[in-house]
Design a protein around this ligand. Sequence first.
Ligand SMILES: *Cc1c(COP(=O)(O)O)cnc(C)c1O
Length: 450
Amino acid sequence: MSLTKMKPHAQFRCTKEGCGKTYPLHQVIYSCEADGELLTVDHDLATLSQISPEEWKNIFDSRYRGRDFPFSSGVWGKKEWVLPEIQNENIITSGEGSTHLYDAKRWATDLGLGGLWIKQCGVSHTGSFKDLGMTVLVSQVKQMIADGVPIQAVACASTGDTSAALASYAAKAGIPSIIFLPANKVSTAQLIQPVSNGAKVLALDTDFDGCMNLVKQLTQEKSIYLANSMNSLRIEGQKTISIEIVQQLGWSVPDWIVIPGGNLGNVSALGMGFQMMKTLGLIDKLPRIALAQAKNASPLYDSFLNGFEHFQPVQAKKTLATAIQIGDPVSVKKAIRILKDFSGVVEVATEEELADAAAEGDLYGLYNDPHTGVALGALKKLLKNRIILKGENVVVVSTANGLKFTEFKVKFHQNEIQATNPKFINRVMDCKADFNSIMDTLQKHVFLHK
Ligand SMILES: *Cc1c(COP(=O)(O)O)cnc(C)c1O
């Protein structure tokens, strides 16, 4: 079977066991009409399996960081697995994906790990991994508008990164965007992104969960399309993270993936990427997944402690990891299903632990945002508690660019974040501009011993 002759189909399918109801991808629908459960994008694996695993690997490798539109994007390089039927002319891409898999060799040695890689998903057009999903959603909306579906605008509730991605991709496509943000709860850098891209930004006097409820109401009006991860189209692109990780490791599977979670859409996307590779024969085992939450917003951790028997939403408390300050995650059922399939665990990081872990990682050359800090803090705890074992290979998904969180980094090094480890704090040394003063200062504070 050749790639050009192959015509795989994709559709929405209800995620409730035994339901199986399907809907076309151009229908404006976010949950099943029969039972209200979330949908997933369902791929035509029979057709996709007509291409052998080795051929798929060659196809993906030949497109990786290449030149040809749209395959030069890390997401669209896997087009047949993501959104096979979209016309290329409707694809809105900003070169998302194909991010560096940072080999933290020196840190791995210090921690006694076999290998430690940080997948730099935040090194992306709008500075977070939300770009991977947004390119798919906005492209599909463009396709739907071209096909005559009456959509006037796209809308989302956001803790910052979703809105930045939506505003940019919508502006590129020429589609109006509407954004609900919790007032005073996102960083300045995050707020100014959608403002700059011309989105209609409403700062609401509530938290993320409150914004989410209101945007759900707004998008009952079918001409305003919902761009949150509750809409499963939004996480189809995120799935390519798993494929890229395996590809970058020479098509081998690490023992663990650690990922921070808030609304919990991304962890299920990550899992689906691995499952799809396994079904189609590109890999023969699955990694274990560790989902990391900020202790101040950790309803899934509570549920994990009772073996996922019940789940109770919480009121999220303030955390430095603002993008995951979520107490009532929309995709919790999907996440639990995936964690069970991947012998998954949930771990938390306190404010001090996340800040220390981010700063410690920076000393190995990274530049971590607080969410990656949550994942790194959880990794350290899992190692200490011997859940992750010495010698194992670990990939941590870094979800945002540290440059979006300058205030967090400045506060840390000015010792304004309480109870953190002073050994990670690095201060600027004031010094007179003459050679002797410089030598005195360096001898006092640094490594130059007489
Ligand atoms: C959205 C986001 C997350 C969490 O993803 P969910 O799907 O909501 O769990 C983590 N980190 C950053 C930086 C994010 O923007």
